[in-house]
Design a protein around this ligand. Structure first.
Ligand code: GLY
Length: 275
């Protein structure tokens, strides 16, 4: 089965990206674009069909498409990003996803970033932190629990998103930085800690049964390889300055065939807690 990987070019305005935990340092646009091209080639190498959305140079963080949607087999949930500057990013993503999934939406004032939603089979771990509110997690739960998913909230501290600190590596495996996430809701998973001082390696992309890990974190790479898992290292150092990780730069649609051909919206994810 060929997965569709939706990406978006690095915006010319990336230097004005949102920053929550890192100091602003110059981002080399050409280098960021070159690294992003290698990322896209890696996805192709892993069998994905990569489709780049139109550039949005006026939206600094548009390359981080992951935050704009949560894609499940049955539907795609268009998020309401926690940073107001990022909300317009969802339009082009919703247009594209409407051709492969029925759409649902998180409605304001709730907020939810895709980077805070980690799927492991039928469990969605949802990080509560600077971008995703409890009402955002509740709105998602109302949309997906009737489909048989369970939503488990996880407190995240000291990093932007849940997936900055935890990644799913297939089966029951989670790669994580235990310093940045409360492990108590993760009971039942096999927890693999990143090497000390290799915290950014906790954001890894699991695609085609391969762990794509940020380059520069050799001990974590070795640890994952020791588990018998295929690994690839990809340099993401420029976009890391914008607090973006490897998962942030794609939306993976496991089958590009419409799950339900009729284009329709499912009930809105509004919470009575939101009013
Ligand atoms: N710069 C990525 C974000 O803040 O969403």
């Amino acid at each position: 089965m060929t997965a569709l990987a939706i990406t978006r070019p690095v915006s010319a305005s990336i230097g004005r990206c949102e920053l929550s935990f890192s100091a602003r340092v110059p981002i080399d646009l050409e280098r960021a674009r070159a690294q992003h091209a290698v990322y896209e080639s890696t996805l192709r190498q892993l069998g994905c069909r990569v489709e780049s959305l139109p550039a949005a140079d006026e939206l600094p963080d548009a390359v981080f498409v992951e935050d704009t949607a949560v894609i499940l087999d049955e539907l795609a949930v268009i998020t309401r990003p926690g940073a107001a500057s990022r909300r317009a990013e969802t339009n082009a993503v919703a247009d594209r996803l409407s051709t492969v999934r029925p759409l649902a939406r998180i409605e304001g004032p709730a907020t939810l970033d895709g980077g805070d939603v980690l799927r492991a089979h039928r469990t969605l771990l949802v990080g509560i932190g600077t971008r995703t509110t409890r009402s955002g997690a509740a709105a998602l739960a109302r949309l997906v629990e009737p489909l048989g998913y369970s939503v488990v909230t996880v407190n995240v501290t000291g990093c932007l998103h849940l997936k900055s600190a935890v990644s799913w590596l297939g089966e029951d495996r989670l790669l994580l930085d235990p310093e940045r996430v409360d492990p108590r809701p993760l009971d039942g998973f096999r927890l693999i800690s990143v090497a000390p001082d290799e915290s950014p390696a906790a954001n890894a992309l699991w695609v085609a049964d391969t762990a794509v890990i940020a380059a520069g974190y050799p001990r974590t790479l070795e640890c994952v390889e020791t588990l018998g898992l295929p690994c690839l290292a990809v340099d993401n150092s420029e976009l890391a300055k914008a607090e973006g990780g490897l998962t942030c730069c794609s939306l993976i649609v496991e089958s590009s065939e419409p799950a339900i051909r009729a284009k329709r919206d499912v009930p809105k994810g509004r919470s009575k807690d939101d009013s």
